[in-house]
Design a protein around this ligand. Sequence first.
Ligand SMILES: Cc1cc2nc3c(=O)[nH]c(=O)nc-3n(C[C@H](O)[C@H](O)[C@H](O)COP(=O)(O)O)c2cc1C
Length: 198
Amino acid sequence: MKIYGISGSPRDDTTQYVLNEALESLKSDGFDVKLFSCANKSIAPCMHCDYCLTHKECVNKDDMVEVYEGLKQADGLIFATPLHSGGISSEILSIFERTRALEAVDINLLRGKIGMSIAIGGDRDGGQSSAHLQIITYYMIHGIIPVSGGGYGANLGASFWSQDSLEKIKEDEYGFESLERTLKEFKNFLNTIRVKTK
Ligand SMILES: Cc1cc2nc3c(=O)[nH]c(=O)nc-3n(C[C@H](O)[C@H](O)[C@H](O)COP(=O)(O)O)c2cc1C
């Protein structure tokens, strides 16, 4: 089963580190993983030109072309975002908006995939839940099944407090516990689908 993880930070730092840890865990359980990093990439917001509605593809051939392929092929999706102004980064928002072109081809293209969310803030309470809700809302709109690690710590997904430092995030035990619990549920759902489609 293919897992596509997207790091929504404009740099290779704490978000990419945590996403990589998540993907390594999935890989060790036999999942086929791929990481896309928004660092040094160019993904513009949707221009609402409606080109995709008639031509069945996006007019903008920037780095979103690669993301379209990843989204299409994946069984499971992980959106990992740094907190920017109390919510998801503009990189993640652009990816969300540009999904319009993918669904101009097939409205059900993302339907039934499994999705989880990772939110990383410099502050302990810097808007992680709001970011999760933005990601979960995207999942709901596109028919992606959102999973969390459940109550007592992983209510909406994996939440981290980076203190704006790669060294500090490695010490965030609570964050890694929320990641472990969310991954456990994510794997359970993916394995259920694997059994059903056999
Ligand atoms: C423009 C900007 C806005 C930010 N806004 C928030 C915020 O609202 N809440 C928060 O907890 N951290 C905020 N931060 C801090 C980052 O979320 C934090 O440093 C995170 O670990 C960065 O992820 P990265 O290392 O992958 O880039 C902000 C950082 C930037 C650059």
